[in-house]
Design a protein around this ligand. Structure first.
Ligand code: NAD
Length: 281
């Protein structure tokens, strides 16, 4: 089994990005900048935001964190987003999800200017993705595609089974894989017999958010398995794939942590840099 080492690939890509950023700063006299908005004290979100800030620093992206009170009014948050949209020094805006229940995440995400949408969640950017137009790719699907390409995996003609159909992972990654020539099957909560599909798969993308859902008996010999899931079980991070079992049959397998997570952050940084270039030119 070949380990899809997301941490290593992301490191390499971050170093390349850093070189590009240094050159651009020399040329345009300003670093790319990302504004991160975090509402409340969700421990997972706090840790994600910390990781994203650290990564920004590493590659030379200026970042500012707006850490807001759990009970902030929607109008106040909307005002902040509008201010950042109008701030010429801000290239990218990221609203960390999930938001507390009294806030409408869909409405707020779509308030972010599509030209500053670092996560690629804006409805227009997603629409452009589905119509194969130029867009900002959602960070996790983009990171998964970069991970596969780093291992020279050509998905053309493969049977790809995606577990999960969310707007931020499952559905857009299905679209990207289909664009690259894979035949896709999207499984979800209502899928009757998940293993019927996974057993036929040359490539499995596990993004259900269910700890160790994919077991050895569900995976074909030599299949490529990408584990997107992040689940906390007894204080430990566990993916959607039973790693120790599946590693005995898979041809390629991504671990959790150090798999898709660092690739997602790298994609976010690359998105921010691309938005900066468009903005500053
Ligand atoms: P979500 O809850 O929005 O979507 C989960 C999807 O999985 C749904 O479409 C649901 O129908 C499907 N599903 C749930 N249980 C299932 C089952 N038993 N069988 C088949 N399908 C099932 O979640 P999401 O935002 O798409 O995230 C999915 C997972 O990926 C989570 O664990 C999340 O933490 C993780 N994630 C990781 C990264 C990263 O960078 N590593 C980024 C985003 C999300």
């Amino acid at each position: 089994m070949i380990l899809l080492d997301g941490a290593e690939v992301a490191n390499r890509r971050n170093l390349e990005l850093n070189k590009k950023i240094l050159k651009s700063v020399e040329k345009y006299k300003r670093a790319p900048s990302l504004s991160i908005i975090l509402v409340g004290q969700n421990p997972a979100s706090l840790s994600y935001v910390k990781g994203k800030g650290k990564a920004c620093k590493l590659v030379g992206i200026k970042h500012k964190l707006y850490h807001l009170d759990e009970n902030i009014k929607e109008t106040e948050l909307a005002e902040l987003i509008t201010t950042l949209n109008n701030d010429d020094q801000v290239d990218g805006i990221l609203l960390q999800l999930p938001l507390p229940h009294h806030l409408d995440d869909d409405k707020l995400i779509n308030l972010i200017s599509k030209d500053k949408d670092a996560d690629g969640f804006h409805v227009i950017n997603q629409g452009n993705l589905y119509q194969k137009r130029e867009t900002v790719y959602p960070a996790t699907p983009k990171g998964i595609m970069s991970l596969l390409s780093a291992y020279d995996i050509d998905v053309k003609g493969m049977n790809a089974v995606i577990i999960g159909r969310s707007n931020i992972v499952g559905f857009p990654v299905a679209r990207l894989l289909m664009d690259q020539g894979a035949t896709i099957t999207v499984c979800h909560r209502q899928t009757k017999d998940l293993s019927l599909h996974t057993k036929q798969a040359d490539l499995i993308i596990a993004s259900a958010g269910r700890a160790e859902l994919v077991t050895k008996d569900m995976v074909k010999n030599g299949a490529i398995v990408v584990d997107v899931g992040v689940n906390r079980v007894d204080g430990k991070l566990v993916g959607d794939v039973h790693f120790d079992g599946v590693k005995e049959v898979a041809g390629y397998l991504s671990p959790v942590p150090r798999g898709v997570g660092p690739m997602t952050i790298n994609a976010l940084l690359e998105n921010t840099y691309d938005l900066y270039l468009k903005h500053i030119k």
